[in-house]
Write a protein that binds this ligand. Structure first.
Ligand SMILES: Cc1ncc(COP(=O)(O)O)c(C=O)c1O
Length: 412
């Protein structure tokens, strides 16, 4: 494994070379969205400059170029996930749309009153609300796995997943706690009980290799923008045997073969799920993002992020009145660290850090049940990616100390 050099990586990201509030930008909001390397911007630019046309319908040269690039992107995603066929790769707007599609299509067709869905208290709203809505519509029971010592209570998960469970839908890595869930173990457990398993990989796929066949996961959702790709593009992977019997949730052009006055026939997979003109430039940008990530080897990416967390974690722990969330053991944290400072509102902390050029997230982080469970109203979150350095960590620590100092003498 070759080491990742974040300074080399940074050279591909012009946006990171600017100053914010007269300070060099330190971007630590990667769990919300990542920056895009020049290679991704160039791929999108190239498409619009030389290939722009609608896909699948045209016979002219540009239409063929656009179609070929769009379908090449699908083939890239297939290989990236090690899915067995491109028919299992559906382009969507992102994780949220992908999860909604499973709830609306699979859930609507195959679940009946009193069936159970198991999720966890650490889910992003995107993996809660689609199930809540489905449960309301169909009279289902939604059950939550709670936390134990800052991580998923696996014993409780095993108690909750029973013969009544039809769907287990969990995040792979919490966007708040940064903790990784033992999903392979839980997928096997769910399958033994006859349930299907939906994996929210929004926070994991950008940072680690995922093999959908080795995991044996039934559905997997992710967003391009959290892995160096553009916004508005994501993927739903689904096992073919399920996708084949599922109904589309959107209808219109692109997804039909023949339309008669009162009925229509649908295209085959995956196109039956892609109604309307798709995000062609988005798919091409995602292709370029995957290509860029693959240049760096996922073991090296993971090792780099681990190194940053191991460097930063004790420094944050040492700050008086700073409270870190998630497991106490440092080894259980991936590149997401959430914290609060006693007596300071997270939004004030984030604003004060921004004044020093540091971009972090503050708020409920789209995980209100978890935030409530942690007994707070909001958190500050620093999240890392391949272009972050130990120097960024040092600056964060210095800036937090300065923020504390400022507020202790300041106007409040
Ligand atoms: C764990 C998790 N799931 C789902 C989402 C939703 O992703 P998107 O807004 O790209 O659909 C996010 C975004 O932060 C996330 O962190």
């Amino acid at each position: 494994m070759s080491r990742l050099d974040p300074y080399e990586v940074k050279k591909n990201f012009k946006i990171l070379q600017q100053k914010i509030n007269d300070e060099p930008l330190i971007y630590l909001d990667n769990a919300a969205t990542t920056q895009k390397p020049q290679q991704v911007l160039d791929a999108i630019n190239h498409y619009y400059k030389w290939e722009n046309a609608n896909v699948h319908r045209g016979v002219h040269t540009l239409a063929e170029r656009a179609t070929s690039s769009y379908e090449k992107a699908r083939a890239k995603v297939r290989k990236f996930l090690n899915a067995s066929d491109t028919s299992e790769i559906i382009f969507t707007r992102g994780t949220t749309t992908s999860l909604n599609m499973v709830a609306q299509s699979f859930g609507e067709a195959f679940l009946k009153a009193k069936d159970e869905i198991v999720i966890s208290v650490m889910e992003h709203h995107a993996n809660i609300i689609p199930w809540q809505e489905l449960a309301k519509r169909k009279g289902l029971t939604l059950k939550y796995i709670e936390l134990k010592n800052g991580e998923l209570d696996v014993k409780m998960a095993q108690n909750l997943i029973t013969d009544k469970t039809k769907i287990v839908s969990l995040t792979h890595i919490s966007n708040v706690l940064g903790v990784e869930n033992p999903v392979k173990e839980l997928i096997d457990y769910a399958h033994n009980k006859g349930a299907i398993f939906v994996l929210d990989a929004a926070q994991s796929l950008p940072h680690q290799r995922i093999d959908v066949q080795a995991l044996d996961v039934d559905f997997l959702a992710f967003s391009g923008h959290k892995m160096l790709g553009p916004t508005g593009i994501g993927v739903l992977f689904g096992k073919r045997k399920f996708l084949e019997v599922m109904e589309p949730v959107e209808f219109g052009g692109e997804m039909i073969d023949f339309v008669y006055r009162n009925t229509s026939t649908l295209k085959e997979l995956p196109w039956k799920f892609e109604a309307g003109t798709p995000n062609i430039a988005g798919a091409i940008g995602l292709d370029a993002a995957i290509q860029y990530l693959q240049r760096h080897d996922f073991d090296a990416i993971k090792a780099h992020e681990k190194e940053l967390v191991e460097y930063l974690f004790p420094k944050l722990q040492a700050i008086n009145s700073l409270m870190l969330y998630g497991p106490e053991e440092m080894s259980k944290h991936t590149g997401i660290l959430s914290f609060n400072i006693d007596g300071l509102h997270p939004h004030d902390v984030a604003t004060a850090l921004d004044m020093q050029g540091i971009a972090v997230r503050a708020g409920h982080l789209c995980a209100q049940p978890l935030i409530k469970n942690l007994n707070v109203s909001a958190l500050v979150r620093a999240s890392f990616y391949i272009y972050n350095t130990k120097k960024d960590c040092e600056k964060l620590v210095d800036a937090i100390i300065a923020v504390k100092e400022f507020f202790s003498h300041g106007p409040i």
